[in-house]
Each structure stands twice: as structure tokens, then as C-alpha cells.
Ligand binder design. Structure first.
Ligand code: F0G
Length: 376
């Protein structure tokens, strides 16, 4: 059995790399799929809800899955610099993989609109951080224009290698469950990730099981893919924040706004692809208000001990809503992707925490009293 060295090595035969490609990896992927216990019980519903905790990737978000591929291919092609526009997580990931590769990362971020943890990452990892007086969509437009005139490789999800890396999340889920789930919920911003998951599920389901098993170098063919049921794909459901919901409006939105800054996007880059995913999977798009997003972030942390960033909580918020309304039948299996770690955005988390913060003298009696007053 090999040591785990990242998703390219693990799914090598299903990814566009050569035997002699130098892999740029930080051990990304292989994230836990956690079955929720307390939330379904309290809701009184008979649905298996799993969360795929992508916040446990090396830089704290799913972007690392795509970035390991994008930077590996950029380096293979001789590129000395990468560039992206970002609401924060892509920039943190690009900065880390560029550092690992020994190349330069340029990141364009909307001034004042990215969470503190993400900014800290890009800065400490040595990226050239360019704050623009505009939003993500402005940044994306500029990155597309500048890449035509300068020797830099774009590592936003319009880079096709990003989606190739991100499709591996679907492989891991199938491997873990022994089949595809009935429903898969994702937050949608640019719609790259929902597209990537659909590619992954589709490749898996069109395989005969053997092709997938043989491709798994990590376990030499002994992983749980071996007995997996092929041929099924989940219904894909994409949720957007109400203030940044072009898929709900049916057209691009010029002034997107939401507390979930990661998905503060009005001009999704994978517009056509995401509509196709919806159609092919029989899925739907829906939206959540900011207060529902934050309430779900807190619910997940308080009831299950899982801390994700606000944008990520929208997948679970949507699933809970659709379970309550009966859109999801009892006995279904649902996977919600938690795209980023809660520590990315400590300010929002602290602001909405109402738990007791007790200040006392540094004395035994005072501590005892505090315990007696607060024990549940
Ligand atoms: N969740 C988080 C935590 C994200 O950072 C993003 C996108 C998404 C969901 C949406 O994924 O764009 O593939 O639909 N963040 C990008 C960034 C835009 O710059 O970090 P998508």
C-alpha cells in the first residue's frame, strides 16, 4: 500500500498527466465524508445526510483539488507565473501551489470583500496580492484580458485542468458510499465545482467498475470502488445566495451582494455548463437568504461540531429545506459539499456567536460558580 500523496497520484489514470509529469501536490483530496447524526434526528427525518468536508484540504477549501492539476500542467508547459481573480479561496490555493512549484502567483481580489483568513493565506504564501476597486466579476474580466498579453497562466476554473482535479471529489464519494448518492447539494458561484462533480459522476457511472478500479493506484485495486454500483448518478442541486443568484434570475446580475463573500458572483463563468448539469441530472437551482445561511452554519457547528464557512453552509441549508418540503423523499441519501473551512472567516463566525463569554476573577470559587450556572 502506497503512502497517500495527493489526488493526482491516486487517480492518475483518470487525469491528464504523463508518467514523467512533475506533480505539484500538497496531499490534497481524501477528505472525510461525515454522516450527520444530531441534525436529522432533531428534524425527525429519515434521510441520510452526509457532508463532504472539503475545508480539510491543505489550504482549507476544495480549490486545492483543482489547483494541484492546474499548477502541475502550468509547470509542465513551462509557465513561470499564474494568475487568478478570486473571492479568496482560489487566491489562497494558487498562492500555496505556486510557492510549492517555485513560481509566482498574481491574485486579483475585491478590496474589502474577502475574508480575513483567505487574505492572510495569500499574503504569507508570498503571492503578489492586487486589490481592485471592483468585485470578483471585474477581476475575472481583467484576468482574461491581461492573460492574452502577458506570460501568465490563468488558474481560475475556466482553466480546464481545474475541473479535472475537482471531479475527483465525486470519485471519493462513490468509493466511500459504494454508489452515487441520490442527491448532491453544492453552493454555486462560478458554477465550476458543480460542473466538475458532474464530470466525475458521469465518468464513474459510464465505467464498468473495472476501469475505475484499475485506475486506483493508491490501493492497487483493493479500494471500495471495486464493488461499487455503476450506472447511477445523483440529482444535482445548486444553491445561491439571494443577493447573488444569477441562476435564479435567469440572467447575469451586476451588483451581487451576500455575507457569503466566497460566492459573491454575478457573472458565472460556467453558465452554460451548469444549466446542462441541471438538465442532465434532473436537478434544480434555488436560493437562500443570508440569515438562513448563517443560521445553518451555526446549526452545523453547534449540533455536529463541524465548522464551515458561510458559503459552504448554503448546501446544507438547501438540503434541509428540500427535505422539509418533501422534495427529497424519505430514505434518500444526500451529500452536501462543505466547500471551505470555517476558520477562513473568523470575523463572521465571532459576530454571530451568542454563546456565553463569561469573565470572572482567577479564583476557584468563581470557576465553580460559572460551571454550576451554565451546566445543561
Ligand atoms: N464555496 C466556496 C467556499 C468558494 O470559495 C467558492 C468559490 C464556491 C463555493 C463556489 O464554487 O465558483 O465553483 O461555483 N470561490 C471562488 C474563489 C470564486 O475565488 O475562491 P464555484
Amino acid at each position: 500500500r502506497q503512502r497517500y500523496t495527493g489526488l493526482i497520484e491516486r487517480y492518475r489514470d483518470l487525469l491528464p498527466v504523463h508518467d514523467d509529469t512533475r506533480l505539484i501536490s500538497l496531499g490534497e483530496g481524501n477528505t472525510p465524508l461525515i454522516r450527520l447524526n444530531n441534525i436529522p434526528r432533531e428534524l425527525g427525518v429519515d434521510v441520510d445526510i452526509y457532508v463532504k468536508y472539503e475545508g480539510l484540504n491543505p489550504t482549507g477549501s476544495f480549490k486545492d483539488r483543482g489547483m494541484t492539476m492546474a499548477v502541475t500542467k502550468a509547470v509542465e508547459a513551462g509557465s513561470r507565473a499564474i494568475i487568478c481573480a478570486s473571492t479568496g479561496n482560489t487566491s489562497a490555493s494558487a498562492a500555496a501551489y505556486a510557492a510549492r512549484a517555485g513560481i509566482t502567483a498574481f491574485v486579483l481580489i475585491p478590496e474589502g470583500k474577502i475574508a480575513m483568513g483567505k487574505l492572510a493565506q495569500a499574503m504569507v504564501e508570498g503571492a503578489v496580492v492586487i486589490q481592485i476597486a471592483g468585485n470578483f466579476d471585474d477581476g475575472m474580466r481583467l484576468v482574461r484580458q491581461v492573460a492574452e498579453n502577458a506570460p501568465v497562466t490563468i488558474v481560475n476554473s475556466i482553466n480546464p485542468y481545474r475541473l479535472q482535479g475537482q471531479k475527483t471529489a465525486a470519485f471519493e464519494i462513490v468509493e466511500e458510499l459504494g454508489r452515487a448518492p441520490d442527491f448532491h447539494y453544492l453552493p454555486v458561484g462560478n458554477a465550476g465545482n458543480i460542473t466538475a462533480h458532474w464530470i466525475g459522476y458521469s465518468e464513474y457511472s459510464s465505467g464498468d467498475g473495472h476501469s475505475v478500479t484499475a485506475a486506483c493506484n493508491y490501493c492497487e485495486g483493493h479500494c471500495r470502488f471495486a464493488g461499487a454500483v455503476v450506472g447511477s448518478r445523483p440529482v444535482m442541486v445548486g444553491y445561491q445566495a439571494s443577493g447573488a443568484a444569477p441562476f435564479l434570475r435567469g440572467h447575469m446580475v451586476d451588483d451581487p451582494d451576500t455575507v457569503a463573500t466566497a460566492i459573491r458572483i454575478g457573472h458565472p463563468q460556467s453558465w452554460n455548463q451548469a444549466w446542462k448539469v441541471r438538465e442532465e441530472s434532473g436537478g434544480w437551482f434555488d436560493e437562500c437568504e443570508d440569515d438562513e445561511i448563517l443560521a445553518t452554519q451555526k446549526l452545523l457547528a453547534e449540533k455536529e461540531g463541524i465548522f464551515c464557512e458561510p458559503a459552504s453552509a448554503i448546501s446544507l441549508a438547501g438540503a434541509i429545506r428540500d427535505i422539509k418540503s418533501g422534495k427529497i423523499e424519505p430514505n434518500s441519501s444526500v451529500v452536501c459539499t462543505l466547500t471551505g473551512h470555517g476558520l477562513k472567516d473568523p470575523d463572521t463566525a465571532v459576530k454571530q456567536s451568542t454563546g456565553p463569554m463569561i469573565k470572572i476573577a482567577a479564583e476557584l470559587d468563581a470557576v465553580k460558580q460559572a460551571i454550576l450556572d451554565n451546566i445543561s
